[in-house]
Write a protein that binds this ligand. Structure first.
Ligand code: CA
Length: 236
């Protein structure tokens, strides 16, 4: 049975990168529309309601972060931002504004396709209705019972650790910035206290990871935040 093709909106002013994206995405069965300015991106997103947006942050007419903010005013479409090394700060601002994920240029097509699959899977899972249980390998979080188990055995988390884990599972497979985590777990007054995060993430890893020094689920995104991944690579 033929499935409806997922539509991706590519917002990128560099023609060479657009060609690269078109070749890879069309070969993988996605339907593409392409624009090269922020203004066209907003118009296209509204008229064609894409399933996912790939957004270059360095556009000629508009700040990429502003585009994310404007889209988020009315749309929950997954947004994957592309940033150049020189725009690391924008990347974090874009995530704070509600972008789902990012890739730093230059990036490989395999990596991009993997990120797209994850973003679309989560979008579909959300469309199916929020679940009250999160499960990933041996870890199970039952939000209604407020119970965390690892290989069937209950894990005792402090209230802060539990909130931290809840936020990460709610955004599973997505990067959650330091700022977002501090705001959601501790509150808006604490967004600069990144040392809180380091301490409590270390504690959480200690309780949930078999090798806390080499985490498989609770990954660090250096300089950006953390990501809880639901399909960790198997360990050798
Ligand atoms: Ca650009």
């Amino acid at each position: 049975v033929a499935q409806p093709r997922n539509r991706i909106l590519v917002v990128e002013d560099d023609a060479q990168i657009r060609r690269f994206l078109r070749a890879g995405l069309e070969a993988s069965g996605y339907e593409l529309s392409e624009v090269d300015t922020g203004a066209r991106a907003l118009a296209e997103a509204a008229s064609r309601t894409p399933d996912l947006v790939i957004l270059d942050l360095g556009l000629p007419d508009m700040d990429g972060v502003e585009i994310v903010q404007r889209l988020r005013e009315w749309s929950a479409v997954p947004i994957l931002v592309l940033s150049a090394r020189a725009r690391e700060h924008d990347k974090i601002a874009a995530l704070d504004a509600g972008a789902d994920d990012y890739l730093t240029k230059p990036f490989g097509m395999g990596e991009l396709l993997a990120r797209i699959r994850v973003a679309l899977r989560h979008r579909n899972a959300l469309a199916d209705g929020a679940t009250s249980v999160f499960e990933c390998e041996h870890l199970r979080v039952d939000f209604s019972a407020r119970r965390v188990t690892l290989r069937g055995a209950e894990v005792h988390l402090t209230p802060i650790e539990y909130r931290l884990l809840s936020v990460l599972t709610r955004h599973a497979d997505k990067v959650v910035t330091h700022r977002q985590l501090l705001k959601e777990v501790w509150g808006p007054a604490y967004v600069e206290r990144s040392h809180y995060l380091r301490v409590h993430m270390a504690a959480l890893r200690h309780k949930l990871e078999s090798d806390p020094a080499r985490p498989r689920f609770l990954l660090t995104e250096a300089g950006v935040g953390y990501r809880l991944i639901t399909t960790p690579a198997s360990t050798a």
